[in-house]
Design a binder for this molecule. Structure first.
Ligand SMILES: NC(=O)c1ccc[n+]([C@@H]2O[C@H](COP(=O)([O-])OP(=O)(O)OC[C@H]3O[C@@H](n4cnc5c(N)ncnc54)[C@H](OP(=O)(O)O)[C@@H]3O)[C@@H](O)[C@H]2O)c1
Length: 258
C-alpha cells in the first residue's frame, strides 16, 4: 500500500484507519463533509507521521460530490492502492417513524457511495494488477433488523461478490463487520447504549489493526472480537426462521424504548 483513500476519515473507525495507515507509511486522501475537521486531521497526520495528506470535502449522499471522489480514484497519475469505504451513519429511528429523506440519504451513503467508489477503484486497481478495497459493513448485516442492518447486509453481500469477481486479479475486497464500537456514531444518532455490557464494546484502533491483518491474510470477511465472531457464525448457520424470530423480538423491544 502507498496511497490510501479513506471516507469518513474525521472520526471513529475512519480516523483510526488514517492513523494506522499513516503510521505504516502510507500517504492519505481523506474524505468527509466538514472541511475544518478534515484540516485538523490532516495537520495531525502530517505532524505525527510525515506523510502526504490530501483533503476532499464531499457529502457522499450528493451525487455530484460523490463523483468528485470517484474521479480522484480514477486518476491514473496519482494511483490509490487502498480504498476504505467507511463513511456512514444510522438514522436512529424506526422506518415508519422516521423521514423518508433521512432513509434515502443513509442508503446513498451506506450503499450507493460504496457501489460507485468500489466500481471506479476496482477497475483502476485491476488495470494495475494490485490494490485492496475495504468496505466497512457491520455485524448488523447478518440479521434482519432495521434499514441500517438491511443496508449493511447489502454491503457484506456486495463485497463478497466483488471479491469473487476480482479473484486472481491481484486486487482484494474485504468486508469489515464490526459490532458496537466506541465512536461518535451513537451520540450522533441519539441511541442510548449505556446498558450494553462492557464485553460487547470494541475499540476502533484494535479492530483496524485486526482488519489490516485479515486483509494481509486474504480474508474476505473480517469480524472483530470474540462475541461478534460467535454471533456472526451462529447467524450464518442457524435456520433463517429462527434468526428472523429472534431479531424480530429484539427489534420490537428496541421500538418500545424509542
Ligand atoms: N460505531 C459502531 O458501533 C459501528 C458498528 C458497526 C459498523 N459501523 C460502521 O463504521 C463506519 C464508521 O462509523 P463510526 O462509528 O466510526 O462513525 P462516526 O464516528 O460517526 O464517523 C462517521 C464518519 O463519516 C463521515 N460522514 C458521515 N456522513 C457522511 C456523508 N454524508 N458524506 C461523507 N462523510 C460522511 C463523518 O464526517 P462528517 O460528519 O464530517 O461528514 C465521520 O468522519 C460506518 O459505516 C458505520 O456504519 C460502526
Amino acid at each position: 500500500m502507498r496511497t490510501a483513500l479513506v471516507t469518513g476519515a474525521t472520526s471513529g473507525i475512519g480516523h483510526a484507519f488514517c492513523h494506522e495507515l499513516a503510521e505504516r507509511g502510507n500517504d492519505l486522501v481523506i474524505v468527509a463533509r466538514h472541511r475544518a475537521r478534515l484540516e485538523n486531521v490532516s495537520d495531525e497526520l502530517r505532524a505525527r507521521y510525515s506523510v502526504n495528506v490530501e483533503i476532499l470535502a464531499a457529502d457522499l449522499s450528493n451525487r455530484a460530490q460523490l463523483q468528485r471522489v470517484a474521479d480522484r480514484l480514477a486518476d491514473r497519475d496519482r494511483p490509490v492502492n487502498l480504498l476504505v469505504n467507511n463513511a456512514g451513519f444510522v438514522t436512529g429511528k424506526s422506518f415508519l417513524k422516521g423521514d423518508l429523506a433521512d432513509e434515502e440519504a443513509m442508503l446513498d451513503v451506506l450503499c450507493r457511495a460504496v457501489l460507485v467508489l468500489s466500481h471506479t477503484a476496482a477497475r483502476s486497481m485491476r488495470e494495475r494488477g494490485r490494490g485492496h478495497i475495504i468496505n466497512v459493513s457491520s455485524v448488523a448485516g447478518f440479521v434482519p433488523m432495521g434499514t441500517y442492518g438491511a443496508a449493511k447486509g447489502w454491503c457484506t453481500a456486495f463485497t463478497q461478490s466483488l471479491a469473487h469477481e476480482l479473484a486472481g486479479s491481484g486486487v482484494s475486497a474485504t468486508a469489515l463487520c464490526p459490532g458496537f464500537t466506541h465512536t461518535e456514531m451513537q451520540e450522533r444518532s441519539n441511541v442510548d447504549m449505556s446498558r450494553l455490557p462492557k464485553v460487547m464494546w470494541l475499540e476502533a484502533d484494535q479492530l483496524v489493526r485486526d482488519c489490516l491483518d485479515d486483509v494481509k491474510a486474504g480474508k474476505v470477511l473480517s469480524v472483530p472480537g470474540v462475541p461478534y465472531k460467535l454471533i456472526a457464525g451462529i447467524a450464518e448457520v442457524a435456520p433463517r426462521a429462527l434468526v428472523r424470530a429472534l431479531s424480530g423480538r429484539a427489534a420490537a423491544l428496541r421500538r418500545r424504548k424509542r
